[in-house]
Structure formats: structure tokens, C-alpha cells
Design a protein around this ligand. Structure first.
Ligand SMILES: [Zn+2]
Length: 192
């Protein structure tokens, strides 16, 4: 969508694009023809854009923070960038080119209640256009490991995408602690 309007510096090299789209065939065959760059190449691409990405992510976090604070929502808002190797894993798992990885840049919003999560989501969608097909409600439908959050992908004025994760403090603690701590907690509760 908006990504195509302006040249996207995240886009793969032209030859990779051609390989990915030239030959008709099954999705699997097409995926085989895509040359997957290694971590170092991805790190290079990301490093070149890093100043811009850092800035647009910080700007977005600040804009979201101001919007939430102008309401009665008490929210913690943090900005983050995906690591190059994490980006590579995602590209491989989903057969994506770098510009197809929509969560290279992210903002996390942590609020008090589930109701606040949806209120914050509405405000984020007020500020930026979002990509509905990439919206995930892991609060309504938690992941198998119990992970809960709202994930939405918004389009910034520079046409880059940014993933916004919205969760409660409790959901955040659970996500940060991970499975091991979750089971440790349950075991301790059982013993107690
Ligand atoms: Zn940007």
C-alpha cells in the first residue's frame, strides 16, 4: 500500500526482487528462488537506515505518549528496534523481504487494564492509519503460551510501518517472564 509510493530504503536489492517475482510457480518454488541475505547483510541494510528508523520510532513513541496522556490513560510508552538476526529469522520463517518485516520498529504501550488497552488502541488508530490485515488481538485470543497483547501495524508519515504492542502491566510481566517463570509460579502456588 503506502509502501509503494516512495522508494523504500528497506527494499531488497533489485536482483532479489526480480528473482522473487520473475518465475511463475508454486509459492514454495518462488520462496526457493529468493536469495536470503545473511545476518551481516541485513545488519548492513538496517545499520544504514538506523538513524532514520531510530528517529521515526522515537517520534512516534512521543506522539503516542502525548496523545495517551492528554486523555486520562496512565501509560508507559517505549520505543524499540528489532535486532538484525531477529529480522532475519522472521524473513526466513515467513519468506519475506526486509521491507515486508513490519515490526522492525516498534512501540510498546503498557496500561493498567484491558479496557485501557482497547482505549489506547483506538487512540493509536486515530493518530496513524493502520493495516487491518495485520491486526492481532492476543487478548481476546491469547497465544498457546498464554501471551496476551494487542498488536497493530501503523503507517508512519515517512511510509515506513511500525508495530504497536499494547498490553496491561500484568500481561507485560507474564510476557517478560516467559514460560519458565510462569510454570515456576504455578508450582510455587501449588506448594503453598
Ligand atoms: Zn521512516
Amino acid at each position: 500500500m503506502n509502501n509503494e509510493r516512495t522508494p523504500d530504503p528497506t527494499a531488497a536489492a533489485p536482483n532479489e526482487r526480480a528473482q522473487a517475482h520473475a518465475a511463475p510457480g508454486t509459492a514454495a518454488q518462488a520462496a526457493d528462488k529468493v536469495t536470503q541475505p545473511d545476518c551481516a547483510q541485513i545488519a548492513g541494510s538496517i545499520a544504514r537506515q538506523r538513524p532514520h528508523r531510530e528517529q521515526h520510532t522515537l517520534d512516534a513513541a512521543e506522539r503516542i505518549r502525548r496523545r495517551l496522556r492528554s486523555s486520562t490513560l496512565d501509560a508507559q510508552v517505549t520505543a524499540r528496534l528489532k535486532s538484525p538476526c531477529s529480522a532475519k529469522t522472521k524473513m526466513q520463517q515467513k519468506s519475506l523481504e526486509l521491507h515486508g518485516v513490519h515490526d522492525l520498529c516498534g512501540v510498546r504501550v503498557v496500561v493498567d487494564t484491558v479496557k485501557d488497552c482497547y482505549a489506547a488502541l483506538a487512540m493509536v488508530h486515530d493518530i496513524y492509519p493502520h493495516l487491518p490485515e495485520l491486526f492481532d488481538d492476543y487478548i481476546e485470543q491469547p497465544k498457546d503460551n498464554g501471551y496476551r497483547s494487542l498488536h497493530t501495524v501503523v503507517v508512519l508519515p515517512c511510509s515506513h510501518t511500525l508495530e504497536v504492542q499494547i498490553r496491561t502491566h500484568e500481561q507485560h510481566r507474564h510476557a517478560e517472564a516467559g514460560e519458565a517463570a510462569h510454570w515456576r509460579y504455578k508450582l510455587a502456588a501449588h506448594r503453598g
